[in-house]
Design a binder for this molecule. Structure first.
Ligand code: ADP
Length: 625
């Protein structure tokens, strides 16, 4: 090995990746690269991109810059190598000397080239893990393959709020001002405006509401909910018309089954080791109703961690860094998958029973979103994403190659309240929508903040794409998923602004203080009245009155791709003739048809766990002999 002599020290450089650059420290002793620390605190817990772990490990173990880049993460791999090269240069050594050293690792691990299992699950997010566990519980031999080194996919990035109508639990909470009005609006809908197959559910809901309204009259104040309300709100939230005038709505069987199964899914998750905070009920943005329960610890990790433990401790097998590339089909049946390990080594996995596709959506694939989009029409090219870079639509492409049908591909859901640069949903103050106060860059409100996600996004685009969420100390206490330390960091990085008066806050964000003051005064008055004559906001919680005040810059980001493989209620994938594809199941964001054109906030998690559970169980039942 060529000898080198560094000036020992800790050198600060940056690793350039897809989403900008990350601060990095390289520690050098006289002869060795001792440590490489990349600050990935901007990334979400549990989803760190493999390159940040593997490239530094190889550089240090091999004391070389001759390290293979990771397929699918070439830009970031090169960025890290370049960052270390710069540090080495600063330490007085020509990096070429390390680039010319032997390649590391030399003896790469031998991977199997063939494998046989009962059920193969592709993807290890919430849907994949639930499918794998439910198949395992049916005594099947189950393998998960995951293209990243860590499990959990996009699910680890979520806030963790999960919807289920669980009235016996929700009853203990008081109603919010405006919520009754919300119910009255649904109650007063004309039957002709309700799709035919949903009518019995709608009628049953009206009966329940009659009793609730009577209870309210009699002074019994509580938060109402029911399976029927959940079903109808999921339907109403999802109805959308594309740019060609074609309307879509959630498939009744899939939606009503989800509404019915939801409480059972919570119970099932508890049995698998997930714990929940049951002392409060909440609602994420665009949720339509307060029916979300949170895991403890809060966030997607609170689900993934226990599920992963359950799967492994019950004998499930996982290949990480193994990417499925192609479904194998023989005589109309799915017989397995061709996949590839990160180093290019191929593997064929044959299945006796079935394959569950749980590869998530395609929000991190702008070209694919753009190709199918027939709803927004004009998505900005620099639109950020809230998603992990893994979400590239692989499962949909593999499905299409075996003639699977797809549904609602033209609808991509955007998250209205994301950081304009990083797409982070939890920067600054991200609170429940009853507490949102959105102002445009003139300091004026412009929308019912309680609207659905795409109503909010369109309204934000109409304002030029950048808005602020204004909040105060009390509202800050309701925020999701952000520690005090993260908030301080955001303030330092101008991802959030803080001031002791509304006037000072306005000045920090270049807004006329008189206008912002007036906006907040009016808003506070509407909260008192439980009525917003300007924009009809229909659920309020706190006024904006206790300093310090905050302004969080927000803009839309790609978040959830509504479309996906067409499934039936057993999570079997259907082909273009409407027949099932024997041996192919799909669950989670890769599947379409439930949320139609717009998914309610809090419905993704309940969907992935419910249909994941269904897919795994049915895959085992599937006998391909
Ligand atoms: P869901 O919410 O539907 O469970 P997630 O986004 O949480 O979906 O997880 C999907 C997982 O699938 C991610 O961990 C992602 O890395 C993985 N994945 C995507 N494509 C492939 C593929 N071709 N092979 C293996 N794993 C994949």
């Amino acid at each position: 090995m060529t000898k080198v002599k560094f000036i020992p020290g800790i050198y600060k450089t940056r690793a350039t990746g897809h989403n900008g650059s990350l601060p990095m420290e390289v520690e050098l002793s006289e002869k060795r690269i001792e440590a490489i620390r990349i600050d990935t605190s901007g990334e979400s817990k549990g989803i760190t991109n493999p390159v940040f772990e593997r490239i530094p490990k190889f550089i240090i173990e091999g004391q070389t810059l001759n390290v293979d880049t990771i397929s699918g993460a070439t830009v970031t791999s090169k960025g890290i190598l370049e960052g270390v090269a710069q540090a080495i240069q600063k330490a007085g050594v020509n990096p070429k000397l390390l680039q010319q050293r032997d390649k590391y690792p030399v003896n790469q691990k031998e991977y199997p080239s063939e494998k046989q299992v009962d059920v193969l699950v592709i993807g290890s997010g919430g849907a994949g893990l639930s499918a794998a566990i439910s198949a395992l519980d049916e005594h099947a031999k189950v393998l998960i393959i995951e293209k990243f080194p860590s499990l959990g996919g996009n699910t680890t990035r979520t806030g963790g709020q999960m919807n289920a109508a669980n009235p016996s639990w929700q009853k203990q909470f008081k109603s919010f001002p405006g919520e009754k009005k919300n119910l009255e609006r649904i109650y007063n809908m004309k039957e002709k405006d309700i799709p035919y197959d949903y009518l019995p559910t709608f009628k049953a809901l009206k009966k329940e509401l009659n009793i609730y309204f009577e209870d309210i009259e009699n002074g019994k104040d509580y938060l109402f909910d029911s399976e029927n309300l959940f079903c109808i709100q999921t339907l109403l939230g999802g109805i959308r018309t594309n740019l060609d005038g074609k309307k879509t709505q959630g498939n009744y069987e899939l939606v009503s089954n989800l509404a019915h199964e939801a409480v059972h899914t919570i119970q099932w998750l508890k049995e698998k080791g997930v714990s929940f905070s049951e002392d409060h009920v909440t609602e994420p943005v665009g949720g339509s109703w307060r029916r979300a329960i949170e895991p403890n610890p809060v966030g997607g990790y609170g689900f993934i961690h226990p599920l992963q433990n359950y799967f492994i401790s019950h004998g499930g097998e996982i290949f990480t860094e193994c990417r499925a590339k192609e479904l194998l089909m023989k005589n109309g049946k799915i017989t397995g998958v061709k996949a590839e390990f990160y180093n290019g080594s191929p593997i064929t996995i044959n299945v006796k029973k079935g394959v569950v596709m749980a590869t998530g959506g395609f929000s991190a694939n702008y070209e694919m979103i753009k190709k199918y989009d027939n709803y927004w029409g004009n998505l900005p090219e620099n639109i950020p994403t809230t998603n992990s870079p893994a979400m590239t639509g692989d499962g949909i492409k593999m499905g299409l190659a075996v003639n699977a049908d797809v549904v609602d591909m033209e609808f991509a859901q955007l998250m209205p309240s994301a950081d304009p640069i990083t797409g982070n949903i939890f920067s600054g103050i991200d609170c429940p929508p009853s507490d949102f106060v959105f102002v445009n860059t003139e300091g004026r409100r412009f929308v019912n903040e309680y609207g659905t996600r795409d109503e909010l996004c369109q309204a934000i685009f109409d304002q030029g794409g950048l808005i602020y969420n204004i909040s105060d100390k009390q509202i800050a206490s309701t925020r999701f998923n952000s520690t005090d330390e993260q908030l301080e960091n955001d303030i330092k990085n101008k991802a959030c602004f803080r001031a002791n008066t509304i006037r000072d806050l306005a000045e920090q964000i270049n807004i006329d203080p008189d206008i912002l003051e007036e906006t907040i005064k009016n808003y506070n008055h509407y909260v008192e009245e439980g009525n917003d004559p300007e924009f009809n906001k229909s659920s309020f919680n706190y006024k904006v009155e206790v300093p310090p005040f905050y302004a969080t810059p927000r803009s839309p980001a790609t978040h959830h791709t509504m479309g996906g493989l067409k499934i039936n209620v057993n999570a079997q994938v259907l082909n273009k003739d409407g027949n099932i594809i024997n041996g192919l199941f799909a669950a989670g964001e890769v599947a379409g048809g439930i949320h139609a054109g717009n998914r309610l906030g809090g419905n993704a998690l309940i969907d992935i766990f419910t249909y994941g559970k269904i897919a795994g169980k049915n895959a085992v039942k599937n006998n391909q002999e």
